[in-house]
Design a protein around this ligand. Structure first.
Ligand SMILES: NC(=O)c1ccc[n+]([C@@H]2O[C@H](COP(=O)([O-])OP(=O)(O)OC[C@H]3O[C@@H](n4cnc5c(N)ncnc54)[C@H](OP(=O)(O)O)[C@@H]3O)[C@@H](O)[C@H]2O)c1
Length: 323
């Protein structure tokens, strides 16, 4: 309600009493959905698929980018089965320049009036990863960043002219790990820290165009999405151990490695099971007249930790949470 009050401002100027009452009448805090279209990446499963159906139910026209659309993936099939004019599934691997260009053409051709632009882009596609720095190959750093960072930048750059025309929204699904580092998550953290930096720079550049650029920073929802599975964690750990240097294996020891593996598995099964807070955050980021720069759909304990890690002196925050 504080946000509502702070952002309240008079309506358009007019004349006489009618003008005065129009001036005093508060501007609506949310835009109407009416006819607005959004592109969402990574709609095969998890947040992306849930967002596609949620925003469609709210009345948006949805362009749902799916990694496996052409291969008949489950998510793409389910969204196509809705058989709605406002739900269009697109093949979209965010690592591929050609597929992004193809998606841009498809969206431009489908907009009722391309001059009016596209209201929103939600960069949601992402992959998770873990492993100590000395067990993480350079190839893995590049593979994760290719989706979480370069993919989001590629899509944003391609669609920005349309979004600028609409004076619309870019919403980047980052993570709490986009603003607080964590041991054994460096490959994921650098991709999300990079995404946060991109979001901040773009937000500042877009003020003059009337485009809002927002980061959504969820905590742990692994239980509700497919981003990490127990089998996936085991397979990744097995590969990391097998390909690690002799020095890393000997110095860290298998006991340490197994302990970390257990911790990662416990983390992966401890998250929130309901994605509603993330859906609400993205919806508000798209429709609030004055959205926050960042949304934190997370439990209080993670929110406190995020504040401590970003505001306290680093040594103190590390002593509290890491050492
Ligand atoms: N779940 C969490 O706890 C959590 C927390 C914080 C932030 N996030 C972020 O939220 C976003 C969505 O994650 P999620 O949890 O919903 O995970 P998810 O269930 O694994 O969904 C990620 C989606 O991205 C797609 N994808 C992967 N690589 C892609 C590519 N190259 N091009 C296009 N799409 C690609 C996946 O397709 P396939 O299914 O075909 O692989 C999948 O549909 C990610 O950016 C993630 O980092 C998640």
């Amino acid at each position: 309600c504080c946000q509502a009050w702070i952002h309240r401002r008079p309506g358009p100027p007019g004349r006489g009493c009618a003008g005065l009452s129009a001036r005093l009448r508060p501007t609506p805090l949310f835009f109407q959905v009416g006819g607005k279209a959004v592109l969402i990446t990574g709609c095969d499963k998890g947040f992306g698929r849930a967002l596609a159906t949620h925003l469609h139910a709210r009345g948006f026209a949805v362009f749902a980018g799916c990694l496996l659309a052409d291969q008949g993936g489950d998510g793409a099939r389910e969204l196509r089965h809705m058989a709605s004019e406002r739900m269009r599934v697109l093949q979209l691997d965010v690592r591929s320049e050609a597929e992004v260009e193809q998606a841009l053409r498809a969206v431009s051709d489908s907009l009722p009036d391309p001059e009016q632009g596209l209201w929103g882009v939600v960069n949601n596609a992402g992959v998770a990863s873990f492993g100590d720095v000395e067990f993480t190959s350079l190839e893995k750093y590049e593979r994760v960043a290719a989706v979480n960072l370069w993919g989001a930048i590629r899509v944003t750059k391609a669609f920005l002219p349309l979004v600028r025309r609409a004076r619309g929204r870019v919403v980047n699904v980052s993570s709490m790990l986009g603003r607080m580092a964590s041991p054994s998550r460096s490959s994921y953290c650098i991709s999300k820290f990079g995404l946060e930096a991109f979001t901040d720079c773009l937000r500042q550049e877009m003020y003059r165009w009337g485009v809002s650029v927002v980061a959504v920073e969820p905590s742990n929802y692994i239980a509700a999405t497919g981003i990490l599975t127990q089998e996936g964690i085991e397979a990744e750990a097995e590969q990391m151990w097998r390909t690690a240097s002799e020095a890393a294996r000997v110095d860290y020891g298998e006991a340490h490695f197994q302990r970390q593996l257990r911790q990662m598995k416990a983390f992966a099964s401890s998250g929130l099971g309901d994605v509603a807070p993330v859906l609400d955050a993205v919806t508000e980021a798209l429709l609030a007249r004055w959205p926050y720069a960042r949304y934190n759909p997370m439990e209080a304990r993670w929110w406190l930790r995020l504040q401590a890690m970003t505001h306290l002196p680093t040594a103190l925050a590390d002593w509290l949470y890491i050492k």
